[in-house]
Write a protein that binds this ligand. Structure first.
Ligand SMILES: C[S@@+](CC[C@H](N)C(=O)[O-])C[C@H]1O[C@@H](n2cnc3c(N)ncnc32)[C@H](O)[C@@H]1O
Length: 270
């Protein structure tokens, strides 16, 4: 299993979806007690940048939250309608709803068990709702959202062009897609060309690989502890690889540049 995780990004796309689904079912099965509400590699501010102020209850998820914060913090979301595609276990949706106060926030994911978890766990956060759906065929009308957020999810999709076309369709004119994901350097040109093909302007593209590596280093003990506590022994090594803890091939791939991590601000042209 660890080998499959190591090679996950190289697997043929049709194999990735069932693997994802199985993986998330396992997470939801072993963490019904809601300890792991994020599934991203995190972000640490570098060069003396001021860290986001968090409530005590959120400190435990600081690095994963900071990735979401990096993605949205240039924008005022108040009065805005926001969709998140690939919301996972809803930690980012909850953070943005509580700290940025959008008019509405829909967290969508393809995993039924994650959406079930979110609907039970976040039922007291105002303006926040979760629905099941596929990024490649969004279950929404045209021109509905001011912002679409996508964190560490797009590289799982079978048809990325379909995803970008769908986001373009559901965004209002001038609406923005805020995206962060890992990528192999050789895939960057193709991604940029798909983005342009779907009609988006690339307003900003930032390489945040160093921020992600720093976050992985600082968050490694917490991730390991969580996996040791929650997962059965036979799955621990694979989950640690997947979580990018220190010494795993996933961490090494980020540290040596095999994997890069990019964030984008994309705008729907009128
Ligand atoms: C690495 S997790 C990231 C979750 C969340 N964004 C976070 O940062 O915690 C990727 C998520 O993308 C979801 N996903 C994968 N393929 C999808 C698709 N075609 N449509 C919607 N969600 C999808 C997975 O179910 C998973 O929850």
């Amino acid at each position: 299993m660890t080998k499959i995780i190591e090679k996950y990004a190289e697997l043929p796309k049709p194999l990735r979806k069932p693997l994802w689904k199985w993986w998330h079912r396992k997470m939801n099965q072993y963490d019904s007690g809601n300890v792991a509400n994020f599934m991203n590699y995190g972000y640490e501010y570098l060069n003396g940048d001021v860290r986001v102020q968090l409530k005590d209850q959120d400190e435990i998820d600081r690095y994963c939250i900071q990735l979401y914060d990096h993605v949205v913090n240039k924008f005022n979301l108040e009065t805005k309608d926001v969709l998140e595609v690939g919301a996972g276990r809803g930690g980012g949706a909850s953070y943005i709803s509580r700290y940025f106060k959008p008019k509405s926030y829909i967290g969508m994911d393809i995993s039924k068990s994650s959406i079930e978890f979110c609907n039970n766990y976040y039922d007291n956060v105002e303006a926040l709702n979760f629905v099941c759906g596929n990024a490649e065929k969004l279950p929404f009308d045209d021109n509905m959202f001011d912002f679409v957020i996508n964190v560490e999810s797009a590289r799982c999709y079978n048809n990325q062009l379909a995803f970008f076309n769908e986001v373009f369709r559901v965004l209002k004119p001038d609406g923005k897609l805020l995206l962060a994901d890992m990528i192999y350097p050789v895939e960057i040109d193709k991604l940029q060309s798909i983005i342009k093909q779907s009609g988006f302007d690339i307003v900003q593209e930032t390489n945040i690989s160093k921020n992600v590596v720093s976050a992985l280093e600082k968050d490694s003990d917490r991730r390991e502890g969580l996996i040791d506590k929650k997962m059965p022994k036979f799955l621990r090594k694979s989950f640690k690889t997947f979580a990018g803890t220190l010494g795993t091939s996933r961490y090494n791939n980020f540290a040596d540049g095999t994997f890069q991590y990019l964030s984008f601000v994309l705008e729907k042209q009128k």
